[in-house]
Design a protein around this ligand. Structure first.
Ligand SMILES: [Mg+2]
Length: 211
C-alpha cells in the first residue's frame, strides 16, 4: 500500500490516493470549440473568431454558430468525431508542462470526461482520447468516461461547465473553475490558464482549501 505523507492525511481519497485531481478535458485541457470551428470551416461554413467567446456553455442558437437545434449540433459533433476531432484538437497552452509538474508533486491525475455523451462511436472516442493524451505528453493515472462527475470524489476538481461546477459543489466537492466566458458568474477559486503561477496556486489549494 502506498504511504500517504502525514501532511496529506487530511486529503486522503479512497485507500491509497491523496491529492487526487479530477480533471476535465474539453474547455480545460483541450480546445473543443476551436476544433468544432475548424471542422466547420473545412466544410465551408464560416464561424467568426468572436464565436469562440460564447456566452453560454452549449452552442445551440449561439451567436456565430450554425446550430438551430440540438440535433444540428449533434450531427456536426458526430461528423467531427469521425474525422478524429478528439485525436487532433489543440491542447490549451502550457497544459502538458503544468500537469507534468503537478504529477511530479505527487498529484494523482484522474481524467474525467463526458465525451461519451453521444452513442455510436465510443470506440473511436476512447481510442482518440488516449492517443491525444499520449501525443500531447499529458500524464495521468486514470481515464474515466462519465458525465456523473459527482460520483467521483477528489481532493480538487477542475472544470469549466456551469452544470458540473454546481453539481460538484452541491455534493460538497472542491472545484477550481477553469475560466471561460460562460462561467464568469461562479465564485472561485479559479484559474485562467496553465501558467506556472496557476500551478503554484493549485499546489497551495491542495495544501489548504479556503473555507
Ligand atoms: Mg469541459
Amino acid at each position: 500500500m502506498a504511504t500517504i505523507p502525514e501532511q496529506y492525511e487530511s486529503q486522503r481519497v479512497g485507500v491509497q490516493g491523496y491529492r487526487v485531481l479530477n480533471l476535465d478535458l474539453d474547455g480545460v485541457c483541450a480546445d473543443y470549440k476551436g476544433a468544432i470551428r475548424d471542422y466547420l470551416q473545412r466544410q465551408g461554413i464560416d464561424v467568426p473568431e468572436r464565436a469562440l467567446q460564447t456566452a453560454h456553455y452549449n452552442l445551440i442558437r449561439e451567436d456565430g454558430w450554425p446550430f438551430d437545434t440540438l440535433d444540428d449540433y449533434i450531427e456536426t459533433h458526430k461528423a467531427a468525431e469521425r474525422e478524429h476531432l478528439y485525436a487532433t484538437m489543440q491542447p490549451l497552452p502550457g497544459v502538458a508542462q503544468a500537469l507534468q509538474r503537478l504529477a511530479g508533486e505527487h498529484v494523482y491525475i484522474r481524467i474525467v470526461t463526458h465525451r461519451l455523451f453521444v452513442s455510436g462511436q465510443h470506440q473511436m472516442v476512447v481510442s482518440d482520447t488516449a492517443q491525444w493524451l499520449d501525443s500531447n505528453h499529458i500524464p495521468y493515472m486514470s481515464l474515466c468516461f462519465t458525465g456523473l462527475k459527482d460520483s467521483m470524489q477528489a481532493t480538487i476538481h477542475i472544470d469549466d461547465s456551469p452544470a458540473n461546477i454546481e453539481t460538484l459543489r452541491e455534493a460538497g466537492q472542491h472545484v477550481v473553475v477553469f475560466d471561460q466566458p460562460y462561467n464568469s458568474a461562479y465564485d472561485g477559486p479559479r484559474i485562467n490558464s496553465w501558467s506556472d503561477v496557476n500551478v503554484n496556486k493549485l499546489l497551495t489549494l491542495f495544501e489548504h482549501w479556503p473555507e
